[in-house]
Design a protein. Sequence first.
Length: 464
Amino acid sequence: MSVAEATPDFERGDPNDRAFLGHPKGLGYLSFVEGCERFSYYSMQTLLTLYMVNYLLLPGHVEGVVGLGWLRGWHYPGLGGQPLSSAIFGDYTSLVYLTPILGGIVADRFIGRRAALIAGGAIMALGHFLMAFEHLFLLALVSLIVGVGLFKGNIASQVGALYKPSDLRRAMAFQIFYIAINVSVIIAPLISGTLGQKVGWHWGFGCAGVVMVAGLLLFLKGTPYLPDNAPASKGGAARERMGPGDWPRVLALVLLVPAMAIGLLTNQQIFNAYLVWADKSFDLRVGGLSIPSSWMITIDAALSFGMLVAVAAFWKWRASRTGREPDELGKMIIGSFFTIGGGLCLYMAAATAGPGGKVGLFWPLMFHFVNAIGFANILPVSLALFSKIAPRAINSTVIGIYYLAFFLANKIVGIVGEWFTTMPTTQFWLLHAASAAVGLVAFVLFKLLVSDRMVAGAAEPLPE
């Protein structure tokens, strides 16, 4: 029996608690809970645009959605069908990356992380079940946005709170945690996507809700092994002050956010216009079996996971052979070349199919492979860059600023996705390749003009 099992009250950083793969038992609970939450989230993200294009926004259904007529007149004037679905998708997916900042404030200032997680999980589950009632579609989206906001950032912070600052198991803990996320991203389209497209849309959304409820119950069961993280009191320890060189570094990171957002356009478009294109134009017959278009997300997630491991191993091997490897911005520049290549693969897919022709799977699979290499060199590396450069006094706030890149990227995805049906498909994907080129130029300029001065004197943030 571990120490955590012997005592009902959680003790932070108990080095003798190795009940889960050599880590605290709480890490096992948090990993499986996050896996459930990410399963439900990516089930929703996979099905949302397909559901709107192929069902909800069609005549006979769209008229019954409460509040949508008013919203179209105010926020989406003149939009309908696929352009409207892309706009709604962009707003939804951008807001789920904005609300975690507010969720962190609610947890830190008012109710604590544990209460925020429970509330977030419950509201998310409610949102998934509301998707079964098409007239409550907008209320379901609002519930999911609020739920993710309360849940997303707070569960990751609990992983760090399981360990004392000197515990070297912390880095491996986050790797285990992210494995659970990636496994969920891979299987969610296979299960919920197949149910939604082959059985019924509400079956897919309902499956996501059931898994979220399971995650919430698992979190409640694991509370004795998890930190409470009550809201901070005014009488706590004095906060670290900002130094004279800290604000310029923060400003530099803020300026990097829009460049990252533009560079992420192709990767984030996978869940929006790309899925609509795959559903209508890809030849999805494999060995006599017609696979659902949502399975393209599973292919992308599996390749992304594999490339994360392969790219990390490659840079480790190169460092062992040469004694050096590119810094964070250097890797992001390299990754941008692959992202451009991914966009060009989609251009080739559209060009070789011809007007009205079916798109074979060779070029889409090449896109997912090449884009996954770019993903592995940009996303985790950029988060490491922000963590390294962020002033110690406001490290958590700067990490919140980092996620604003995804907020902007998904908003752009919605706007650009509206052009899919009115722009030639080849031109549409060339635009995405060009967006990656914009990111490349921005990263090069950032490295040449800002990087060295920004890194100089940057204090490594202390782990919480």
